[in-house]
Ligand binder design. Structure first.
Ligand code: CP
Length: 315
């Protein structure tokens, strides 16, 4: 089966069918990554440009690895050493790069909607690697892959996102993807960091972390994003930790098989304690491993690949 989309700009409006095709293909890609030679010739001759206008560790490296595992040619663009520093616009930058004949653009940018804008400027397929506080679809897909792997299915599962819901592109993409796949979604955090329309979307709002923990099968702990907050939306980090931090003592009162995710980078001792982050319920490094498989699946499928990936030979 093939995807019905040409770009991956967000999960808003992406169907359960397309998400399932991506997750099933990612499972197959994970098997490729476990082979002695974790590489296939699937994207030989295709060129991918990784355009990162914002800092990244996990997303940038895992996209680059995914591209190399699929045998694509990759080019990494860094704003600090480019003509962006001389004032070149995003449109001019991408038009010049596209004139060198490329097939995919993976972009992280601080402006919400920038990947939608880019998709209107180029013939190449665009993958959003995070656009400001708007969406981070590949992170949500790797979160969903990790949850599915751990819990078997997303349908009917209680998944609670904790923290700065308003400024989090990870939470927005998770909400769209999880709702599309039939999960029950909850959010928990200071009222100033929860968008007002959550309940209209069928999402349960938990003002208290204890209530969220009592019901959650899965907890996705979000980073407190000090850099995206314009005013003082909670008094101090210490108060945030006291009211919402995921500590060992709090987790002990949750379901014993609760699964804990964090997209990274973590503020240890603020939104999550080290005992939890490094503990048996956490799947944080599994998320990172699955990120390569999910990004391989997306590139493969957007290049026209079909979801039955069996039988792809070693290089
Ligand atoms: N989760 C995530 O997007 O991490 P990076 O900012 O390191 O890519």
């Amino acid at each position: 089966m093939q995807l019905s989309i040409r770009h991956l700009l967000g999960l808003d409006g992406v169907s359960e069918k397309d998400i399932t095709i991506i997750l099933d293909t990612a499972d197959a890609m994970k098997k490729v990554l476990q082979r002695p030679i974790p590489k296939v010739p699937t994207m030989k001759g295709k060129t991918v440009v990784n355009l990162f206008y914002e800092n990244s560790t996990r997303t940038r490296i895992s996209f680059e690895l995914a591209e190399k595992r699929l045998s694509a040619d990759t080019v990494n663009f860094s704003t600090s050493t480019s003509s962006v520093k001389k004032g070149e616009t995003l449109k001019d930058t991408i038009k010049n790069i596209e004139a060198m004949r490329i097939d995919f653009v993976v972009m992280r940018h601080g402006v919400p909607g920038s990947s939608h804008y880019l998709a209107n400027c180029v013939d190449a397929s665009v993958i959003n690697a995070g656009d400001g506080p708007h969406e981070h679809p590949t992170q949500a897909l790797l979160d969903m892959m990790t949850i599915r792997e751990k819990r078997g299915s997303l349908k009917g599962l209680n998944v609670c996102l904790v923290g700065d819901i308003t400024h989090s592109r990870v939470s927005r993409s998770n909400v769209y993807g999880l709702l599309a796949c039939g999960a029950k979604v909850g959010v928990c955090g200071p009222a100033t960091l929860i968008p007002y329309d959550m309940q209209d979307m069928g999402i349960t709002v938990y003002p208290h972390i204890e209530d969220a923990l009592a019901e959650a099968d899965v907890l996705n702990v979000l980073r407190i994003q000090l850099e995206r907050q314009k005013g003082a939306l909670f008094p101090t980090l210490r108060e945030y930790r006291n009211l919402f931090g995921i500590t060992e003592a709090r987790l002990a009162k949750a379901h014993s098989d609760i699964t804990v995710l964090h997209p990274g980078p973590m503020n240890r001792g603020v939104e999550i304690d080290s005992e939890v982050a490094d503990g048996p319920q956490a799947v944080i490094l599994d998320q990172v491993t699955n990120g390569v498989a999910v990004r391989m699946a997306i590139l493969f499928l957007l290049a026209g690949g079909r979801s039955s990936f069996e039988g792809v030979d070693h290089e």
